[in-house]
Write a protein that binds this ligand. Structure first.
Ligand code: NAD
Length: 236
């Protein structure tokens, strides 16, 4: 039994999502059984040093991730967020996912903590959108430098602007819903605590217990695509 929520009873709602949100669409997780890092060594594919050693190999790997993401479709849980955003002006998404699935479902106001598969960046000329299944350019058309996926890889710092934007929404929301994250990656793992300390009602949706599930006021054991439509059934 899932007790439904009235979104209009809250001034600001933050959905905080991890790999489990996209796993239900068919996108591989990175950790755990069948995860990407059980097949590939991140040291060869997902860090700046690997890129400098062999940019083609790293770009080929990320092209595969793009193809995989495009074969998958947003699910009912993503669509609930889109519907809520049409009714409520302060619904935000903070995601650890890089696959762009939220945007493909029509979600707006999405803070991408770990960057995006759909952007590349040139060390000299900055960030560009590249939405193609295969990279439109592997080198910057202006200076010829290799274009790096605009993703937070292992050993990278998070983008300070995204972190600040996330902190602001966490500190001002009164409903925080965490979906499909095992809460082992920092600083994201501390986000429920920030929201809770600022007075938000904190809810977790995950079929499995996560590292910090005791921080939540309510924990709903189930899949995002099944739980979200029921949680907001009264409003949609
Ligand atoms: P994680 O892989 O560590 O944990 C996934 C969590 O999702 C688990 O707790 C699991 O029980 C839960 N889950 C599985 N199916 C679910 C469902 N249908 N509904 C709700 N929950 C479900 O993921 P993480 O905590 O996001 O950390 C992984 C890191 O890897 C992040 O930094 C992220 O950037 C990155 N990543 C991104 C993608 C992507 O873009 N799709 C995929 C894999 C990993």
């Amino acid at each position: 039994m899932i007790e439904p929520l009235d979104p209009m009873a809250f001034k600001k709602i933050v959905f905080f999502t991890g790999a489990g949100m996209s796993a239900e669409s068919g996108v591989h997780t990175f950790r755990g059984a069948g995860g990407i890092w059980s097949q590939y060594r991140w040291q060869e594919y997902a860090c700046q040093q690997a890129f400098e050693r062999d940019p083609q190999k790293v770009l080929d790997f990320h092209e595969l991730r793009r193809k995989e993401a495009l074969r998958c479709q947003p699910h009912a849980g993503h669509r609930v967020i889109t519907d809520l955003q049409q009714r409520h002006s302060a619904v935000f998404v903070i995601t650890q996912n890089i696959d762009g699935m939220h945007q493909r479902a029509g979600n707006k106001q999405v803070i991408e903590l770990h960057g995006s598969l759909w952007r590349v960046r040139c060390r000299i000329h900055g960030v560009r959108l590249d939405m193609a299944e295969t990279y439109t350019h592997r080198r910057c058309p202006d200076c010829g430098q290799w274009l790096r996926p605009d993703i937070v890889w292992f050993e990278d710092m998070l983008d300070e602007e995204e972190v600040q934007a996330a902190q602001y929404e966490l500190g001002t929301c009164d409903l925080f819903i965490s979906i499909g994250t095992s809460a082992v990656v920092w600083p994201a793992a501390g986000y429920p605590l920030i929201a809770r300390n600022n007075g938000a009602l904190c809810i977790e949706i995950n079929p499995e217990p996560s590292e910090n599930c005791e921080l939540y006021h309510r924990t709903i054991r189930g899949k995002a695509g099944e739980v979200l439509p029921r949680l907001f059934a009264a409003a949609l």
